[in-house]
Ligand binder design. Structure first.
Ligand code: SF4
Length: 333
């Protein structure tokens, strides 16, 4: 059974500053604050769903700065969630917060209320990029907070952003390298998207910020996914869940961004397996066919343009992420 989250979004009322990419409407608290009742409803609704698996479901407080919100309010949310941990309705609680809002006192509180995983918004491990984007913390804050979280025995998650103002392809790769050195259990990769009411939108209109294209971002994220895979780190999200398209200004937004990355990884893998030009059958796990074929058959078209005429065959004996290549003269390798 795979892992599931019951997500509760907590508005960013406690945030000490406003990052360049942060939407002012959200930070001003326009979205409503969840209450203890909302948590009851969320858990009970999830429990009523078919195939609910309490042993693999966590309640996740998302929003970016959980440990910086009003303390009484934070405790009320934790108490409500903790009741469900004790009743074994959920297997734990995840929170996400800023690296400069972690200390021993707060970690003791989180531990007492059954929090199991803490995700930090690192975003970049380059101080120049953090300053340019008004993050209000340093890369060293990420290092120190990560060490403390691991010392307490929490699962550590780190979130990084690509294509921020003043960042580059190389600096984003450096960020991934430094994140790997901190040994998080999980990582999320979010390409920067420029929305209305943000400083990034101002910079974009002033022409001092040009976001990377979708293709450039997919290429970078493929590299990042390979690096995290190699390091044995589970990437639990690549790309934003959704955006308010009315507020979209610029940036590499795609509703199926992760699928684009997966398809590109398959294309790279296929190219590494093909030696001579000709006709091939690609045997893949039935679940992976659309990724191997690519969006609008883009992978097959690219292969064809390079002289490889490929057909994709569903094959139950092939593991997901594997490919068996069959040359049409029946030489298999
Ligand atoms: S830390 Fe998160 S919530 Fe706070 S301003 Fe930055 S992006 Fe917005």
């Amino acid at each position: 059974m795979s892992h599931a989250n019951i997500s509760v979004f907590v508005p960013h009322l406690g945030c000490p500053n406003r990052c360049s990419f942060c939407d002012q409407v959200i930070i001003s608290g326009a979205s409503s604050q969840p209450s203890e009742v909302d948590i009851e409803v969320a858990v009970n609704t999830a429990k009523a769903s078919k195939n609910y698996d309490a042993d693999n479901t966590e309640l996740a407080f998302f929003g970016g700065s959980f440990t910086a919100i009003d303390r009484e309010y934070m405790l009320s949310l934790l108490k409500a969630a903790h009741r469900h941990v004790k009743q074994k309705d959920i297997c734990g609680i995840r929170i996400s917060t800023r690296p400069d809002c972690i200390d021993r006192e707060i970690l003791e509180i989180l531990m007492a209320y059954g929090v199991t995983a803490i995700e930090l918004g690192a975003q970049s491990m380059c101080d120049e990029v953090l300053i340019a984007n008004d993050r209000g913390h340093t890369a060293d804050d990420v290092v120190k907070a990560s060490a403390l979280i691991k010392e307490f025995g929490f699962e550590l998650g780190l979130q990084m952003m690509t294509g921020l103002y003043k960042s580059t392809y190389e600096l984003d790769l450096k960020t991934a390298e430094k994140i790997i050195e901190l040994h998080p259990e999980t990582v999320r990769i979010y390409p920067s998207i420029t929305l209305e009411n943000t400083r990034l939108a101002e910079y974009y209109r002033l022409r001092v910020y040009t976001p990377p294209t979708l293709d450039e971002t997919v290429e970078l994220c493929v590299k990042l996914l390979d690096m995290f895979d190699l390091a044995g780190i589970n990437v639990i999200r690549t790309g934003l869940h959704s955006i308010d398209t009315d507020r979209y200004v610029a940036g590499p937004w795609h509703p199926a961004f992760k699928e684009l990355c997966d398809s590109k990884r398959y294309l790279d893998k296929i190219l590494s397996l093909l030696t001579e030009k000709g006709e091939y059958r690609l045997h893949v796990s039935p679940k992976e066919i659309s990724k191997v074929t690519g969006n609008k058959k883009s992978n097959l078209k690219s292969l064809n343009s390079l002289g490889y005429k490929c057909t994709v065959v569903a094959d139950d004996s092939v593991k997901p992420s594997d490919i068996t290549v069959e040359r049409m003269n029946n030489s298999c390798f």
